[in-house]
Design a protein around this ligand. Structure first.
Ligand SMILES: [Zn+2]
Length: 60
């Protein structure tokens, strides 16, 4: 797993849970390098990453 913020592979899985309604399994990761947080969704033959609660949120 790669960090979507800095590209580092030094990430750790914090926790994981199921989303039965959506059919996804979610794993919450934290990057040891930049402290970025992101969720990895897997299910229904596809997977994707969503950034959540970055240490430095650059919005607007
Ligand atoms: Zn990172």
């Amino acid at each position: 797993m790669k960090c979507p913020y800095c590209g580092s592979e030094d990430v750790e899985a914090v926790k994981s849970w199921e989303m039965p309604k959506m059919g996804y399994r979610v794993t919450h990761y934290r990057c040891r390098r930049c402290g970025g947080l992101f969720n990895h969704y897997v299910g229904r033959g596809r997977e994707f990453v969503l950034r959540v609660g970055p240490r430095r949120q650059v919005s607007q």
